[in-house]
Write a protein of this length. Structure first.
Length: 391
């Protein structure tokens, strides 16, 4: 039998990061590659207690089919929590998704036609490119700097775009945060151009010293769709995220959700709602911030000690990543196997570009390695770069 694949199937590509993660399973590898939260932050005891309460209080309902929109108390919690970002929304605007990655998939199905112009940052989140690509858009990269999107370049490229996809807080892959002034300017420019914004914010709670500015969506609520996640503040294995959308878009997103999986597991939703209801998150997230800040500082110190002159890097104000650029002539993809020989791994940055990739860029994650491993791994990376340069 011969199988004929749909044309869109040929557009699907494997995740470069997940392929690299297979390499890091080699014993002794120190991995700066994965975008995985530190498992030491997972609140196992609180989850176990909440699970017992869910079974005791309403176990049969927790194991039954439920509404596609999501569990009511959890949607109410999201609507209330987003007030801290300047967003005034109704629980009716919240759709619970099976991870925020599903949110990207639903947005692609609802908003993108073949040839649709989709604006993205330079660089941007690889998972978004994967989710959007099967719908066959025309990606247009908008120039970006340390403060975020270049608004003038956005305006020059905005005509006819379906939406602009943006991660304003501790962006994956660069770790940069969009300034308050740039957010206002981008929101105004997007409204003037009639281009909706898709704001993805999985890392916004992971600030080190100062919370990020108000959400982009707070400036243009009717011109934006917002995505959030519980993966980075509780646990990714729950696969819980959410979309906040204006009433003009929500019905179609809901229909796409129904077609995809009927609803996100109600059991998981009820457990998380139970964990959240007594203010647990306000006690728990500061412990994650403190841990990640120490690990980030350890990486910055190790880079200064071992990689000065071998790598340029930024210093993020939160999140899980920093962004580096190798010397001229050093290709990150070609460097990676040499780094693995030295028992360290990273992600080449080229995969995060919609077009015109920078072969010298790399992404380093600092949250799953101990401070000692960070020091050892960065020293090993420096050795690999020197070896590459030596030919």
């Amino acid at each position: 039998m011969s199988w004929t694949l749909a044309q869109r199937a040929h557009k699907m590509n494997p995740s470069v990061i997940r392929e690299i993660l297979k390499v890091t399973e080699k014993p002794g590898i120190i991995s700066f590659a994965g975008g995985l939260p530190s498992p030491s932050t997972f609140p196992i005891e609180a989850m176990a207690e909440a699970t017992a309460r869910v079974f005791a209080q309403d176990g049969r309902a927790a194991l039954q089919y439920s509404s596609s929109e999501g569990y009511g108390p959890l949607r109410e919690w999201v609507a209330h929590d987003l007030k801290k970002l300047g967003m005034a929304i109704s629980p009716d605007q919240v759709l619970i998704t099976t991870g925020s990655q599903q949110g990207l998939d639903l947005i692609a199905k609802v908003l993108i036609d073949t040839g649709s112009r989709v604006l993205v940052e330079t660089p941007t989140y690889l998972g978004a490119l994967q989710a959007f690509t099967p719908m066959e858009p025309e990606f247009v990269s908008v120039n970006s700097d340390a403060e975020g999107v270049d608004v003038a370049d956005f305006s020059a490229k905005a005509k006819g775009a379906r939406f602009m996809y943006v991660l304003p807080n501790f962006q994956n892959p660069t770790g940069r945060t969009m300034s308050a002034e740039r957010r206002v300017a981008l929101a105004q420019a997007a409204a003037a151009a009639g281009v909706p914004l898709v704001e993805d914010n999985p890392y916004g709670d992971l600030w080190f010293d100062t919370p990020p500015p108000p959400a982009l969506s707070s400036h243009v609520p009717e011109n934006s769709v917002y995505l959030g996640s519980f993966s980075k503040i509780l646990a990714p294995g729950l696969r819980l995220g959410y979309i906040v959308a204006p009433t003009a878009v929500m019905p179609k997103l809901l229909q796409a959700k129904q077609a995809a999986d009927l609803h996100t597991p109600s059991f998981n939703q009820r457990i998380v709602a139970e964990v959240l209801k007594d203010g647990f998150i306000d006690r728990h997230v500061p412990t994650i911030r403190a841990l990640y800040k120490r690990q980030c500082q350890a990486m910055l110190a190790a880079l200064a000690e071992h990689c000065t002159g071998l790598l340029e890097w930024n210093a993020p104000d939160g999140g899980m990543f920093l962004w580096g650029r190798l010397p001229a002539g050093v290709d990150a993809v070609k460097l990676l196997p040499m780094a693995v020989e030295h028992n360290v791994a990273f992600v080449p940055g080229a995969a995060f570009y919609a077009d015109h990739p920078d072969a010298r860029s790399i992404r380093l994650s600092f949250v799953t390695a101990s401070e000692e491993q960070i020091r050892t791994g960065v020293a090993a990376l420096a050795k690999a770069i020197r070896q590459f340069q030596a030919g």
